[in-house]
Write a protein that binds this ligand. Structure first.
Ligand SMILES: NC(=O)c1ccc[n+]([C@@H]2O[C@H](COP(=O)([O-])OP(=O)(O)OC[C@H]3O[C@@H](n4cnc5c(N)ncnc54)[C@H](O)[C@@H]3O)[C@@H](O)[C@H]2O)c1
Length: 358
């Protein structure tokens, strides 16, 4: 990312979370000041803030506030030149249990932020994190089983993944609230000229992720394996995702801001792409090789909104910015396991759960 002018300030909403901590660490090392806005609702994330403060001291500011509070959001945006909007209700499962909360945080919270930015004299550039769930369930995508995974029959989808040309088809309250939010972001870029871009993200994994059964399945698998606990897989375990190590995501995010004149008004599919795909069963094998023993598991019925296959076609973003992921899956999993062990996260009592949702 281009070097900041002296004292330049970035706002990260959801700033205590997994992706935010990795983005903040990189920005702080690059010389930015960082303001984190978070309501600390996700268990364990206070530890991320403590770690950032220990590493970077007073260059980190924490605002404990909720994105549903428009006044607090307006105050937090003041004086910033870049905004990363990550604060969210992040789990499909929670959105099914409480769709109104999910809407208020994801859709209304995003609108609060957009309004705050729109009213600023010098508008900061904005990056919003959406999800592959906006493409729905892919009922038309014909799949076949090969060994321990699904693969698409269509050779173009098999080699390139799902592109942004795919029609939107919001599934689950979470898909709807994130989809509504990203459409507002794109429209504020179009209608009000906000410099704003959207990432439709697949599965991200890496250090500072407190994966649970509801969100963060790669980290959840590794945590359970480190604890010697069995896993529950919903479905048949052959579901395939492209996974992206968070360091590569951070690189993409900084490039999106740097190239905002080009990326503004666009939504990009972001993930590990066709070269970084893995099924649940294959991840269990990778963990088994890494730890010298294969985690045990049992199968339960499919959950709503679980896609059997999702792999991002990232060609559009790569062409716009020159980005490409660098960390191979096995290396990324090893680095995640090392962090979970060294930080004591795997031993933490807060992250109990044995199932997984993608
Ligand atoms: N991690 C992934 O694989 C993935 C995939 C697709 C999209 N995303 C999106 O990326 C963003 C970051 O994800 P993450 O994995 O870092 O999640 P995370 O849960 O680690 O971080 C989200 C943070 O937002 C905070 N938060 C929740 N509700 C809030 C509210 N009302 N006001 C203020 N703060 C609030 C939480 O305390 C948490 O610290 C989210 O918007 C998520 O939907 C993540």
């Amino acid at each position: 990312m281009s070097r900041p002018e002296s004292g330049a300030l970035v706002l990260i909403t959801g700033g205590a979370g997994f992706v935010a901590t990795n983005v903040a660490d990189r920005l702080l090392r690059d010389g930015w000041r960082v303001r984190l806005l978070d309501n600390l609702s996700r268990p364990g994330v206070e530890g991320n803030v403590a770690w950032l403060k220990a590493e970077h001291g007073e260059a980190v500011e924490l605002v404990v506030a909720d994105v549903r509070d428009a006044e607090a959001v307006r105050a937090a945006v003041a004086g910033t030149s870049r905004v990363f909007h990550f604060a969210a209700q992040v789990a499909v499962t929670t959105s099914l249990a409480d769709p109104v909360l999910d809407f208020e945080v994801n859709a209304r919270g995003t609108l609060n932020l957009l309004e705050a930015v729109r009213k600023m004299p010098d508008r900061p550039s904005l990056l919003f994190t959406s999800t592959n769930k906006v493409y729905g369930h892919f009922e038309d995508l014909r799949l076949r089983v090969r060994d321990r995974r699904y693969e698409p029959e269509n050779p173009e989808v098999a080699s390139c993944g799902i592109s942004e040309r795919r029609p939107l088809d919001f599934h689950s309250p979470y898909g709807c609230s994130k989809g509504a939010a990203e459409q507002y972001v794109l429209d504020y870029a179009r209608t009000f000229g906000l410099p704003a871009t959207v990432f439709r993200m697949s599965c991200i994994y890496g250090p500072h992720q407190f994966g649970t059964e509801d969100q963060g399945w790669v980290a959840h698998f590794v945590i359970q394996a480190l604890r010697g606990r069995p896993l529950t897989l919903y479905g048949d375990g052959r579901q395939v995702r492209d996974v992206l190590f968070v360091e590569d995501l951070v690189d993409a995010m900084l490039r999106a801001h740097d190239a905002i004149a080009e990326t503004s008004g666009h939504a990009y599919n972001i993930g590990g792409g066709p070269s970084s795909t893995i099924s649940l069963l294959e991840l269990i094998d990778v963990i088994g090789e890494l730890m010298g023993r294969r985690p045990s598991f049992h199968l339960e019925s499919w959950r709503p909104a679980d896609q059997r296959y999702y792999v991002s076609d990232t060609a559009r973003f790569m062409a716009a910015t020159g980005w490409s992921p660098q960390v191979p899956v096995a290396e990324g999993i090893e680095r995640l396991a090392a962090w979970l062990t060294e930080s004591g996260t795997a031993a933490s009592a807060e992250l109990v759960g044995s199932g997984v949702a993608l």
